[in-house]
Ligand binder design. Sequence first.
Ligand SMILES: Nc1ncnc2c1ncn2[C@@H]1O[C@H](COP(=O)(O)OP(=O)(O)OP(=O)(O)O)[C@@H](O)[C@H]1O
Length: 959
Amino acid sequence: MSMPLTEEQRKKIEENRQKALARRAEKLLAEKHQSADSGSSIATSSPQSKQGPLSNFPRDPSKPANHGVIFRQQNLSGSSNGDQRPPNSHSFHLSTPEQAKGIWKRQDVPTACLSHSPSGQMTHTGISSPSAQSPPEGPSQQMLGGPLGKGHPPASQEIKSTPVANTTQEPLSKAKSFQKTVASFFGQPPRDPGVEAKAVRPSTLGQNISDTNCGSGSVTPGTEGRHPQKLGASHHKAGSSQEGRCIRSGDRFQVKIGYNAELITVFKRLPSRSYDPATKTWNFSMTDYGALMKAAQSLPTVTLQPLEGAEDNRESPSTSGVAQTCLPLAPSLAFVKGQCVLISRVRFEADIGYSEDLIALFKQMESRNYDVKTRKWNFLLEEHNKLIQSVRCLPQVQLDPLPKTLTLAFASQLEKTSPCLTEPIPEADLSGVDPKLVSNLLPFQRAGVNFAIAKRGRLLLADDMGLGKTIQAICIAAFYRKEWPLLVVVPSSVRFTWEQAFLQWLPSLSPDCINVVVTGKDRLTAGLVNIVSFDLLSKLEKQLKTPFKVVIIDESHFLKNIKTARCRAALPLLKVAKRVILLSGTPAVSRPAELYTQIIGVRPTFFPQFHAFGLRYCDAKRHPWGWDYSGSSNLGELKLLLEEAVMLRRLKSDVLAQLPPKQRKMVVVAPGRISTKARAALDAAAKEMTTTDKTKRQQKEALLLFFNRTAEAKIPSVIEYILDLLESGREKFLVFAHHKVVLSAITTELERKHVPHIRIDGSTSSADREDLCQQFQLFEKHAVAVLSITAANMGLTFTSADLVVFAELFWNPGVLLQAEDRVHRIGQSSSVSIHYLVARGTADDYLWPLIQEKIKVLGEAGLSETNFSETTEATNYFYKDPQQQTIYDLFQQSFEEDGSDLELLEAAESFDPGSASGAPGSDSQDPGGTLDEITSTGSPVKKRRFEFFDNFDSFTFPL
Ligand SMILES: Nc1ncnc2c1ncn2[C@@H]1O[C@H](COP(=O)(O)OP(=O)(O)OP(=O)(O)O)[C@@H](O)[C@H]1O
């Protein structure tokens, strides 16, 4: 595949071309005057004139030749370059006996028609083709093709080829076939449209010169008849013609011009025509380029600028029939440029256009393989450097090597030190880690730990959600326990869940050693294990005197935006840490740019500049306002790089056999988010319950109030958790709650964030319930179903989700199990995750053990399919002080004695948070007053969260 020239290259070519044309025009003028003065003919007067006008240009050796980017690239390749040139090597001259016989030699390299001689000198070779038989000037210029040919002398019949002439014939032959195609569309023999165009073109300034040359039997380059400014750019017609231009667009080209009826007629005759209504432009395949230019030339009302770099095709001399067949029509035919791309752990392919020389070179590689599907050649990595070295000797080819990061990551393959396709990962010695943890690791989790240790404790663990990244991370960190203190950076909604997990899996760790940072005044280094939220980290990082050697970052995609404070705080820590364990089930939600910070977090030496990463993997595009890195490119290679050196990812489907059908998880939500007022209300409610002189009815009311106050107090934490889930890329999930106030707070927040959602509660009609359910099932992207525990726990199917969140606990486990089974039912192909949000110091303290106990009993009796997993049982959760035991008993009795929960249900569901008593219909002057972080709509206001929906477009950088 040919790579189109970059904008910069085109600009450079154009600049150089303009300079050369200006020089040429000056020279021609001078010659004209000279010939007028001497009265002799330009074409025939001197040996110089035999070389044609181009060879007579005064050349300034200090100035670069007009080879534009191509020449620069050739120099870059380390092949023959200007350093070896004699001072006036830019010019073509007849000084040696060969030259006197007409053999042209020069040492710099202007075009695809030139090749390296074995001595390293560049030799003009294209003239060995049949076109060498054509009259001087024309053929040489045509064969040189494109703007670069303008710096060349004319060929003549005397001109002979050098021995290496055959190495560069491919572009010419390709050009010929290309021309054939163009002509065949119009049932004509292959012709050069530029040549024909010339025939109908009126000449201006250079007309005389041209005439003179033609009169002498020579061919004059068409550009000579122009004003320097316009030379080669557009062909100006007499009178006021409409100007337009051709612009290359991938394999096609567009024509930018205003409305012109005649031209539209021409367009409509071209077989490859296509009209883009969005840009209101016509575009065509390159096969129609010549025909279009020819036709446009014959329209007196149209002046069409040719494609950049292709103008010589059109401007070529008009009389050389043989030479016409050599004319390359597309600029890409003159020069091939491409890059090496990794296609497997051991092979890379050359993604580059056709060049005969290159193919010949490819065929010399031992490990060569041609892929008929992709039509590309690929090779073993161990031949990469050899191939690149060899390609540098081909002047018309630029093959970019693999980026340095890849060669570093795959060094063993490049250096042929690793004969195996995939090396086995050694089993890590986990004897120093708590046996409780090690013995509980599932096989794939154990493999994950081995991988991490093989990578010396630096990795991005990107297992699918719910696969137990926490237990693996704790195990990896525990392997490096000697290097602790440990820093764990997590979303604030799961700080306490992490604390629980450490206590759960590492019994050897004393609870005192765990420091959960709750406020900006806490110390970041107070514990052996320090757990901090992203936001607090950015406030506290300045405290750090000595860096942490072991760091875990949970939900590491929170760092995807390099501009955020959290990312700026975390990256330097990761750079100096010895072990870095990044965890994310969704490292990139929408584009590869999101991976950059996580890659350099694990491997700081990879892609030191984001731009290089952006160019390779983000399809970086330059716009007038800056660079856009929001695209994607070379994703296969990126995946290989990640897998080799950065990331381990297993999908649920990969390890389904090892997973239980349901995984329940208790999520301890931050008690810090319960406001002082809510806390006071809760305490008052709890106290009421333990007052002994209460009737049963009064006790029940007190219990209800406690339950209601709990709901109210949990709202900010629940919302925070849901938003964190969404930010983590959870696409579809169910949230069950009981109180209207909780359901409403959730839906209000989702509306505010424009998250698609449905709500089903007691007020939803049965017809609507079914419709809403269907809607949710069919939602393609993220969506949340907000459901009432009691009104939506039966008869609905939500199998398009595999996660259920209980924002509130409920005393009847049967109802909870039914609710869970909205996703865990026939039609569900995945393992289902259930998250119970539990807040300390609330009614949850009593409800949670109550529920667990009941489920255990149901399980033992074979009435419940699943027990709570060990991890969901918080060993130290239930406070066994006498007062709490009383409340627990009260909960138990109240819910068991009744037989029917109806009364409680109704009272709880319609609880009005503003009322003093919690009774429905009471005064609600201050609905948000009990919570200092929610508004009257239940939205957190004090703390500005990371607005992930608003930050997706942050992958653009100003120039
Ligand atoms: N080996 C295990 N033994 C017992 N329970 C496990 C094991 N692995 C995971 N679990 C439990 O599975 C649940 C999900 O685990 P965890 O939260 O670590 O998943 P995750 O990969 O971090 O998911 P997410 O990306 O959603 O955070 C937890 O309750 C956890 O305790």
